[in-house]
Write a protein that binds this ligand. Structure first.
Ligand SMILES: Nc1nc2c(ncn2[C@@H]2O[C@H](COP(=O)(O)OP(=O)(O)OP(=O)(O)O)[C@@H](O)[C@H]2O)c(=O)[nH]1
Ligand SMILES: [Mg+2]
Length: 492
């Protein structure tokens, strides 16, 4: 997420690092780099101007210039300013009544229907029963699309095939939801390629006559400043409660996310980070700011990890860890959960200092590595999976042959397993609240002292690159440079 912005910003901080004496001129150079990266990320010019005014006022103060480590100070100032830019956010949905109505709107293809499904799933995970409503009568296939999602999630979908007026459909749906005990009704409305009178009139009519409790606008994060402008137009017509910005998993540069709140005054509540129905995250300004600065977002990672396993299995695992009987079979079943397209990349975006590793291996490679580990476990006997200590040289060679990998990989996997088991066993010894606290402390430490975290992680993953890997990195870099040049040419 937002690779180039992150790289640009970290270059700015690095430029100040290790300077024997920091002068105002040096600091101005660092600030210039910060400004450039924001502009390159397509942040609204007025927003950048205001941002830089705030940051400069603090960064050029005597206290910062005379401080022991001005690059840390600048990072901290930028972090706080990013948090202010993104927030205050309220990533919740107030549920007050028997039946709460959420209306989703947005331009065509922005991701409304998908996001309706994601929200429904998000509610389900919180034991709230949602109902989806096909209020997009424009496109015949729209109803079917929503029904497919409903079946996938096992969520009721209200449709009235052949109906002419979405207002009637929505009203009837609210009545039905009451009867069926659904607490939240999510209206999937129609989109248009551009904002036009007809689209707005229809939405305003639904808004006035159905009186939704929440009106959420879905905007495509890849659209950059156009997304911000359309959000402004929608907000003028509808008074939005919040935004959901989708497609931030792709090549989105981040400009839309960073500008939209300042330009429209509407908070971003959730972000969409993939096509799958579980790729929805509440936006926490602190976590996001820290992710943009490459410091990771441990809280999001912990939440995400928890989502992957259901409550029952989590308890079973905890029990095993507590009894210290966590085996390679359990390890395997955890690895299997991670082998899903896009998932590992998402996980990596939460971790501090993962840029290098991410550059090194794409999603495919990472998934491949997991599959190899699973393959290794598969070629072990039940006894070996239970007691890996018995794996000696000859067993190791046999396992390696069976899995089609070199023997050292068997060793590496066993070491990984042992390391992970140790960390997890230690974590289950403390209570849930303490665990959360430990994670938050880790995050705070990363923010306070980012370079140490980055350096540590770098050292940890700092294996020597083979010439092939170096070659691959070089090619990737060149490709990225070409892409940027193309973009610049297009831009002007
Ligand atoms: N990568 C990515 N793709 C997304 C995300 N959200 C939606 N999409 C994709 O965007 C495309 C359009 O999504 P829809 O949900 O059909 O969009 P819509 O706004 O309902 O479109 P209309 O009903 O035609 O106006 C689909 O291919 C989705 O899979 C996201 O967060 N990330
Ligand atoms: Mg749709």
């Amino acid at each position: 997420m937002f690779e180039s912005l992150r790289t640009g910003l970290s270059n700015a901080f690095r430029a100040l690092q290790g300077k024997a004496r920091l002068t105002e001129a040096n600091m101005r150079e660092g600030l210039r780099l910060v400004e450039n990266s924001l502009l390159e990320a397509d942040v609204n010019v007025d927003v950048v101007r205001q941002f830089m005014e705030n940051v400069s006022a603090k960064a050029l103060g005597e206290k910062v210039l005379n401080s022991l480590d001005p690059s840390h100070q600048l990072l901290l100032i930028v972090y706080k300013e990013l948090v202010a830019l993104l927030g205050p956010a309220d990533p919740t949905l107030p549920l007050k009544k028997e039946v709460n109505v959420i209306m989703m709107c947005g331009l065509q293809g922005s991701g409304k229907t998908t996001t309706c499904g994601k929200l429904a799933r998000w509610l389900q995970e919180r034991k709230i029963r949602p109902m989806l409503v096909a209020a997009d009568l424009q496109r015949p296939a729209a109803i079917e699309q929503l029904q497919v999602i409903g079946r996938q999630l096992d969520v009721p979908v209200y449709t009235e095939p052949g109906a002419g007026d979405p207002v009637t459909v929505c009203r009837n749906a609210v009545g039905r939801a009451g009867q069926e005990g659904c607490k939240v009704v999510i209206l999937d409305t129609a989109g248009r390629l551009a904002i036009d009178r007809e689209l707005m009139d229809q939405l305003v009519r639904i808004d006035r006559l159905v009186q939704p409790d929440e009106v959420l606008l879905v905007v495509d994060g890849m659209m950059g400043q156009d997304a911000v402008q359309s959000a402004r137009a929608f907000n003028d017509a509808l008074e939005l409660n919040g935004l959901i910005m989708t497609k931030l998993d792709g090549d989105a540069r981040g400009g839309a996310l960073l500008s939209v709140r300042a330009v429209t005054g509407v908070p971003v509540k959730f972000i969409g980070t993939g096509e799958h129905l579980d790729a929805l995250e509440p936006l926490h300004p602190e976590g996001m700011a820290s992710r943009i600065l490459g410091l990771g977002d441990m809280l999001a990672m912990a939440t995400e990890a928890q989502r992957l396993v259901d409550e029952q299995e989590r308890q079973r695992m905890e029990q095993k860890l507590r009894e210290r009987s966590f085996t390679l079979d359990d390890f395997k079943s955890q690895l299997e959960k991670l082998v899903r397209p896009g998932l590992l990349q998402r996980f990596m975006s939460f971790m501090p200092g993962m840029d290098q590793l991410r550059e090194l291996m794409g999603d495919e490679d990472a998934t491949l590595a997991l599959r190899r580990a699973i393959g290794i476990i598969n070629s072990m006997t039940p006894q070996e999976r239970q007691y890996p200590e018995i794996i000696d040289l000859s067993r190791r060679c046999r396992i390696a042959r069976g899995a089609g990998v070199p023997p050292f990989e068997v060793n590496a996997m066993l070491k990984q397993f042992a390391a992970m088991r140790d960390v997890m066993e230690n974590l289950v010894q403390v209570g849930a609240a303490e665990r959360l606290q430990a994670i938050q402390q880790l995050q705070q430490a990363a923010i306070r002292d980012p370079f140490s975290v980055l350096q540590r992680t770098k050292k940890g993953t700092g294996k020597r690159l083979t010439s092939q890997e170096r070659e691959r990195l070089r090619m990737q870099r060149e490709k990225e440079l070409r892409r940027r040049k193309r973009q610049q040419r297009r831009g002007g």
